[in-house]
Structure formats: C-alpha cells, structure tokens
Design a protein around this ligand. Sequence first.
Ligand SMILES: CC(=O)N[C@H]1[C@@H](OP(=O)(O)OP(=O)(O)OC[C@H]2O[C@@H](n3ccc(=O)[nH]c3=O)[C@H](O)[C@@H]2O)O[C@H](CO)[C@@H](O)[C@@H]1O
Length: 391
Amino acid sequence: MNTSSVLPRSFRLLVTGGGTGGHTYPALTAIRTLQGRLAAAGSTLDVLWIGTANGLEARVAPAEGIPFRTVATGKIRRSANPLKMLSAANVKDMVRVPLGVAQARSIVSGFQPDVVLATGGYVAVPAGLAARLCRVPLVLHEQTVRLGLANRKLASSATRIAVSSESSLALLPAEVRERAVVTGNPVRPEVLGGHPDKAVEALALYGFERRLPTVYVTGGAQGAQQINGIVRDVLPWLLSHANVIHQCGPANVDELRSAAAGLDPTLAGRYHLCGFVGPELPDVLALADVVVSRSGAGTLAELTALGKPAVFVPLATSAGNEQAHNARHLADAGAALALLGEVTGQALQNAVGPLLTAPARRTAMAEQARAHGRPDAANRLVDVVLSAASR
Ligand SMILES: CC(=O)N[C@H]1[C@@H](OP(=O)(O)OP(=O)(O)OC[C@H]2O[C@@H](n3ccc(=O)[nH]c3=O)[C@H](O)[C@@H]2O)O[C@H](CO)[C@@H](O)[C@@H]1O
C-alpha cells in the first residue's frame, strides 16, 4: 500500500492508548512517522493524545510536545463470583467507563480528527467508542499475537485493525479478519541508532572489560523480581564471563545493590545496576551482545529489529500466556532461548553460558532474530491510518 502520492494538505490525528511502554511507544512512533511524511510533502499534522494521568504516556506525550488530555478509565474485573463483581473497586470502575466515554466524545467532537488511532490499554476503550459515536474512522493497532482486552472490545467498531504478525490473523473471527492488515509493531527509530561507546560514557562504565561480552538484563519498566532473583543467584559466575547492565526496576535498586556489595572489586566494576534505562536505551542495546529479558511485544520488536541474541524469561501471568507464546515462537525459530515455568539461576547459567563463550552461536541467533524484525512497521501503520481517512 502506498498512500504517499495522495497526502492531504493537513491531517488531524487523535491518538489514544498507553499505560505501559508496550502501548505508548508504538503510538509515539506512528505520530512521528506521520509527522515526518506530511512535513516532507509540505503538509501539516495536528495531533492530540488521550491517555491516563498515571500512565507512561502522561510523561512521554508532553515531553514530545504532543497535546495531551485525560479521561476517566475503569478496569472491569471479571469474576465467576457475582459478589466479587460488585466489589467497591468494580462498582467505581463501572461508573468511570461511561463517564470516560462522555468525556472522550466531547474531546473527539471538538477536535474533529480525520482518524482515531488506538494502540491498546484501558484508556483506548472510551476514546475508541467515542470515535464510533462521532463517526470518525477508527484504526486499532495490536502489538501482541492475540488481541488485548481493549482491542477486543473495540474490534467491531474499527475501520481497520493493524496487527503485528501474520500469526494473529488466524486467531481473529472472520468478520474482524477481513478488516485486519499486518503492519508489524513500530519501533522508535532512535532505538535502532545507538552506539556502544556512548553507553560507556553515559553510564560511566569504566570498569567494564571491553574484551568480554556485555549482557543487558531488563525486566521492563517496573523491573522483574523473578529475573532479578535468578541473576543475583549467579552474579559472580556471570561477571566472571561478561560485563552486565542490569535494569532492575526503580523499586528494587537498593535491595540489589546490597546483594552486590560483597562482590570482588574487579567483578563489581563490570556490574552496572539501574532502575530504569532512559534516553541511553539505544546505546545500551548497541553495547549488548546478549539480552536477558521479559518477552513483552515492544521489547521483542526492538530486539528482532536489531538482531540481538536473547534469553527470554516470560511473565507467567500475562494475559493468555502471551509472553510465553512470544518467547516460544522466537525460540522455535532459533532466534532466542526461552526459559519457561520454574526458572532457576542454574537454568539461566545453562542458557547464557554457551552464548558468552561461543560468539558463533550469538551470530547465528542474531541472524535468525533479525529475520523476524519489521523495521518498516511504522510506515505500514501510517499507510493504514491515511487510507482509513480517505475511505
Ligand atoms: C506486564 C504487561 O502488561 N506486559 C505487557 C505490556 O508490556 P510492557 O509495556 O511492560 O513491555 P514491552 O516489552 O511491550 O515494552 C517495554 C518498553 O519499555 C522500554 N523500556 C523498558 C525498560 C527500561 O528501563 N527502559 C525502557 O525504555 C522497552 O525498550 C520497550 O520499548 O504491553 C505489551 C504490549 O501490549 C505486552 O506484550 C506485555 O505482555
């Protein structure tokens, strides 16, 4: 699909979605890509983001100069027990959903967008429903293989449903599948342009041994207690074979720092602990020879676009076991290793060890990973948005 020849003189896009990075960054990347394409054609973009006050998007959108509004959202916790359905939290949330739809409707009718793009998270539901009420084309983007809860609720109202992999198509009901298109999951372009030396400077990694490979351990924005525990269990072994950047979650830094306090000074110099990796993320990824990570859709899209060998420790409770599915899919293709079920430090050591000692294994895995990357996802999603507006 190529819609670049019919770019409008101006375009009004309302974006909604967020909560976590997995929903926020694809929205941000789509906005920037559309902005770039319109600017190149001498056209302009007016954009507005509807998100939640306490989601990542509330920081990201204003920092990018994107006008940002919030609406009330609620999470309906389903339960077989009717008494639990009537819990105070559920009743409060049931009231918040129609309130959020009314607020979103007023925003949509005031802004008059050409398209509403929804990228998932609870906030996408009221804004998506408001798009339908205002008869504005609605494009959904789904990052994971199975549609998330918000997108399942909105699918019947959507003009197009952009999915991140072919394997999603077979899982969609026929009436949804005919409006679905595979775009991939957009990755922020800067994530692909990092430099290892900049990571060394930005994080002052002067105790790192550059002849050794570097392992980047990440548990997602909040960190992952499970990953922190197994890394801590094998830390002296790991540091005798590699440098380690360990993103452990802001709440876990103190605990891990005291666990690392007894390390031999040479090994301690090879260990960098941090709560969250901010703007230096591209450089950290560029420096990493092996990544140990949760298998959320955003991280997967980044690691495959870069072609990084990875050992995944999926979040066991993610909806529909989606992270385990993601990890297994890449592991079956030789593009990663997946540690499922009860994961011990020893299992991590068995998986990471051969990757550290045999660079050829890393190269082979990196090639397979790259074959699953979709660096053109943002442009494809923008094509879908533009074509939905021109229908
Ligand atoms: C717990 C949960 O609900 N997880 C879901 C959530 O993932 P969640 O948003 O937690 O994780 P993702 O892997 O999708 O995205 C994380 C994003 O944050 C970035 N990052 C992470 C750590 C850090 O220190 N700095 C940083 O910038 C990563 O590079 C990535 O871009 O949404 C995904 C997309 O719908 C789903 O696949 C996940 O199952």
